[in-house]
Ligand binder design. Structure first.
Ligand code: AMP
Length: 132
């Protein structure tokens, strides 16, 4: 059965997309730790990120870098933190999290409740920055 992220990539479930190429896809996390919290996923459906072959993992990291640079332009922050967990969704993904302090990365922090308009604006701003 397709994972929820494959359904997002295929457009069967809506998302706030920020970037896409032929192999990778990036969209806003629906339960963000901070504004701009983004997930990067390979279109190849594989559960554990460290089961990806070296070439795909390297290309995914380069794609994630391009998204991180776009987030940094669109969302004021000191750095973009990166995390890999995969405890919830069995489809490899990288979390990109705009941070101003270490504690912004604590995954058990309360999640933000954003309106659809706020998600749309953030996604639009990151997408614009990524396209430049
Ligand atoms: P983990 O698998 O532990 O790395 O966490 C999965 C992440 O996916 C969580 O931060 C969720 O909020 C996020 N997530 C789950 N479903 C969706 C969805 N439909 N759209 C966007 N983000 C999602």
């Amino acid at each position: 059965m397709a994972t929820i992220f494959t359904k997002i990539i295929n457009g069967e479930i809506p998302c706030y997309k920020v970037a896409e190429d032929d192999r990778f896809f990036a969209f806003l996390d629906i339960n963000p730790l901070v504004k701009g919290h983004t997930l990067v996923v390979p279109k190849q459906e594989i559960d554990y990120i460290f089961d990806l072959d070296d070439e795909t993992l390297g290309a995914m990291q380069v794609f994630a870098k391009s998204v991180a640079l776009a987030i940094q332009k669109a969302v004021p922050c000191k750095r973009i933190g990166q995390a890999v967990m995969g405890m919830e969704v069995p489809h490899a993904h990288i979390h990109l999290i705009p941070i101003n302090k270490e504690s912004d990365m604590i995954i058990s922090n309360p999640k933000l409740k954003l309106s659809a308009e706020e998600f749309q604006t953030i996604a639009h701003d990151i997408q614009q920055a990524w396209n430049k």
